[in-house]
Design a binder for this molecule. Structure first.
Ligand code: TYD
Length: 198
């Protein structure tokens, strides 16, 4: 039996990582096998990407794009496909829509980015967490106590948000992330239960 692939997408600060963990807990309580995973990964290329977070201009757009795609290639082969073959729910914090939106916002053609990602399995569901950029930046700075990294500058984030909003993939469901954690959690659970007959 093939498992199900669910991608959590959206701009930074929307709470998607927290919601991913909450959904994983719910699914495990229902007796499902779950893999929680993320991109950039903790693998060698993912680590290289994280090291660039604060010095992004050292890379050309093409080099940056290739790194994200290479990281994904390993992620798919080593983690996502084996878990799907075992019948697991694979919950990934970011997937190729992030590349289309973030590297798209830097100037790459989103359609070309989707083409370059054709090796990656199409998700069964994409939860796209939406929120205003102002609120997202406020949350990143206040709750995480962090300054924005080079991927998170506000004018860049607003381009990223418009690109995310422009994707018309049938797998995408929008989730209003400006509501309380618990309300969003219930929404996510009900979307997933409906979609997969749980
Ligand atoms: P993020 O999920 O914020 O990681 P963490 O919470 O562990 O810091 O992702 C890191 C950044 O990487 C985020 O700002 C978006 C960016 N990113 C891309 O630019 N392209 C991609 O393909 C992916 C997967 C992420």
């Amino acid at each position: 039996m093939r498992g199900k692939l669910i991608a959590f997408e959206g701009i930074d600060g929307t709470g998607k990582s927290t919601q991913l963990k909450l959904l994983a807990t719910f699914l495990r309580q229902r007796g499902q096998l779950v893999l929680e995973t993320k991109e950039p990964t903790d693998g060698p290329v993912g680590q290289q990407i994280r090291a660039l977070f604060h010095n992004r201009k050292s890379l050309s757009l093409d080099e940056e794009l290739e790194l994200f795609i290479e990281d994904r290639r390993m992620h798919v082969l080593q983690h996502i496909l084996p878990a799907l073959e075992q019948g697991a729910f694979v919950l990934t914090d970011r997937y190729y829509y992030s590349t289309a939106a973030y590297q798209g916002a830097r100037g790459a053609d989103p359609e070309l980015i989707f083409e370059k990602n054709q090796f990656a399995p199409v998700p069964d569901l994409v939860l796209l967490f939406t929120m205003s950029c102002d609120e997202s930046v406020r949350r990143i700075e206040q709750f995480r106590g962090e300054k924005l990294n080079d991927f998170e500058q506000k004018d860049h984030l607003s381009k990223v948000a418009s690109l995310f909003a422009s994707f018309s993939d049938p797998a995408i469901v929008h989730v209003d992330a400006a509501r309380s954690l618990e309300v969003v959690r219930q929404d996510v659970v009900s979307i997933v239960c409906d979609r997969f007959d749980l």
